[in-house]
Write a new protein. Sequence first.
Length: 154
Amino acid sequence: MARFVLIRRAPLPPAECWERLTAWPRHGERVPFTRVSVVRGSGREVGDVVLARTALGPLRFDDPMEIAELVVPGPGSAPGSGLVAGRDGLCRLVKRGRPVHGWAELRVRAVGGGSAAVWTEELTVAGLPGLLDPFLARAGRLVFGRVLDHLLEP
């Protein structure tokens, strides 16, 4: 299984950072030959399904991802401290398609005057030997790093 982690800081409040990370159709703007849409629900609740459809001529595949866990960032409290701390945002997507299996997590937390966004993903591609996992992870870091940068740009 290929695994990669991307971390970006943005001068955005956590709520805005979260809105950008969960604007699913915008993810497809930086993934070649891919469109992303919500195909079940609003894309904002557990059980909703986001679909990444990649097509190049007659070759095509779907990567359906079900939202398995969702916590919107917001106010919280640090027990016993009297201090208010923000609740981190978390969206866990489980890949339910045939060619691509695994999961992705998007996290947002308040950092300084802005936010930190963390994208963690583990995936396998059917028919691809595990020996190629380091190359798949590198490709994931490159492609999804561009997506994350695009989503968070001012």
